[in-house]
Write a protein that binds this ligand. Structure first.
Ligand code: ATP
Length: 467
């Protein structure tokens, strides 16, 4: 993780928020490459979940909603984590994480019930003191005030998930979209949680982005649709380059489910810091729509014209985090290799981290093996020499062609080998070099990031090859 965090900062994927003021815990900024990476994740999700389907439509709702939304959803009373403070060193813990860290098994109740007690003598992992407070519930919603007066009547919340807006707009979307159950509403947007203990880089942040689908179904079809979405989502992760061997299905046992849910499966990834959730896929019954029906007094019933039945639809909810997926892709892409010093397409060796240096004729390279659809930059274009105007002019011409096929980068600075390495390190899949032969026969070399093989191709063929 240390190497990755350093690369992310050095190359402009991720910066600490407000770094010049010492940073702010749980908040991160995405630099020039990070923003492209995140955009590619969102685009891939939106394409698979909305544009390529006929049964899902989109929504982009406001972050601050009527506070009654959070009463109805149960977040106001129930969206809490148990917090423990060490009275000696003032360190604060999420009680369940503290227990996990100390290897303490909590027997009473499910995670939702909280209210458990720490065994006597539990020690603070930081200072060893046993003077810890009992776990107490802490609501994770960020509070703000609407308008100039800060009183109880103007309290509002930054949304802790994007899903509730979908339920609140269910009737409007249904009436304009000509959809019939089963159908879905998808949304991508920011969510905010005042996490007790943000950690593992961007994995647990206080401001993050979610990609959520509410797929509305006929009651009784929950199990089959849940299975469908778990399979569908696992497939999607492979399309963005996460191998199935690195993905896990974490099936929640029945006794750990919320009372209204019939199934929940997490998609988890093998991060360097452990196997952790990327996405939760839950069959939530009709809990949310029923609660909004109750609290708003507006009917959320759907009339099924085929069967002449009226019902409040059930829902299956695949809910993923953009930042966690970005982190998984970064972890998955990072590789260190020994490559021949002369970049002519010789054999590449996996770096032996126990050796002090590479063998004779080899050097170390860091390469980000992003799938091309996810790579922030798709093609880099290099004139062999920068002080030959005819090469530069031709390279600029080729750059325009490459740019029309996706994000491209033009680089004329330094030795060609160094320029290749710089692109390897940010995961650019293709490099195009313009040399003196180009001026004679309209061909360029096309270099593959992973094999480092170079082939001579006609400029006219580049658009088709790059696409
Ligand atoms: P966790 O158990 O890790 O706190 P959760 O089960 O509360 O997560 P959900 O409420 O199911 O998470 O949220 C759906 C998705 O939103 C998660 O799978 C994750 O990708 C993302 N997410 C949730 N909380 C955070 C966070 N603090 N930072 C980054 N992403 C998050």
């Amino acid at each position: 993780m240390e190497k990755l965090v350093s690369l992310c900062k050095r190359r402009g994927f991720i910066f600490q928020s407000s770094e010049i003021y010492g940073g702010i815990n749980g908040f991160w900024d995405y630099g020039p490459l990070g923003v492209e990476l995140k955009r590619n994740i969102r685009d891939a999700w939106w394409k698979a979940m909305v544009r390529d389907r006929e049964d899902v439509v989109g929504l982009d709702a406001s972050i601050i909603m009527h506070p009654r939304v959070w009463e109805a959803s149960g977040h106001l009373t129930g969206f809490t984590d148990p917090m423990v403070d060490c009275k000696a060193c003032k360190k604060r813990y999420r009680a369940d994480q503290l227990c996990e860290e100390l290897g303490i098994t909590i027997e009473t109740g499910s995670a939702e019930e909280h209210g458990f007690k720490l065994p006597p003598g539990t020690q603070c992992p930081a200072c060893g003191s046993t003077d810890l407070t009992e776990p107490r519930d802490f609501n994770l919603m960020f509070k703000t005030f609407i308008g100039p007066v800060e009183d109880a009547s103007s309290v509002a919340y930054l949304r802790p998930e994007t899903a509730q807006a979908i339920f609140a707009q269910f009737n409007n979307v249904l009436s304009v979209s000509r959809q019939k159950v089963p159908f879905g509403i998808a949304q991508i947007g920011k969510a905010f949680r005042n996490e007790i203990n943000p950690r593992n880089y961007t994995f647990r942040s206080r401001e993050f982005e979610q990609m959520e689908l509410e797929f509305f179904i006929k009651p009784g079809t929950d199990a089959e649709w849940h299975e469908y979405w778990v399979a569908e989502r696992l497939r999607w992760y492979e399309t963005i380059g996460l191998p199935s061997s690195s993905l896990h299905r974490d099936i929640h046992p029945k006794e750990k489910l919320a009372h209204y849910a019939s199934a929940c499966t997490d998609v988890a990834y093998e991060f360097p810091f452990g196997i952790q959730e990327l996405e939760g896929i839950a069959a939530r019954g009709n809990f949310d729509l029923s609660r909004h029906q109750e609290f708003s007094g507006k009917s959320m019933e759907y009339f099924d014209q085929e069967t002449n039945e009226k019902y409040v639809p059930h829902v299956v909810e695949p809910s993923a985090g953009v930042d966690r997926i970005a982190l998984a892709l970064l972890c998955n892409a990072y590789a260190e290799e020994w490559v021949p010093t002369k970049d002519t397409g010789g054999e590449v060796l996996a770096a032996d981290i126990t050796a002090s240096r590479p063998p004779e004729g080899y050097e170390m390279r860091t390469v980000m093996r992003f799938a091309p659809c996810i790579a922030p930059v798709k093609t880099a274009v290099f004139p062999l020499l920068k002080n030959k105007p005819e090469l530069v002019a031709k390279a600029r011409e080729v750059f325009e062609i490459a740019k029309a096929c996706g994000p491209a980068f033009y680089d004329e600075g330094g030795a060609i080998g160094r320029r290749y390495r710089r692109q390897d390190e940010i995961g650019t899949p293709y490099g195009v070099t313009i040399d003196f032969d180009t001026l004679k026969d309209e061909t360029v070399t096309l270099r593959d990031r992973d094999t480092m093989k170079q082939e001579r191709v006609k400029i006219a063929e580049l658009p088709a090859l790059l696409k």
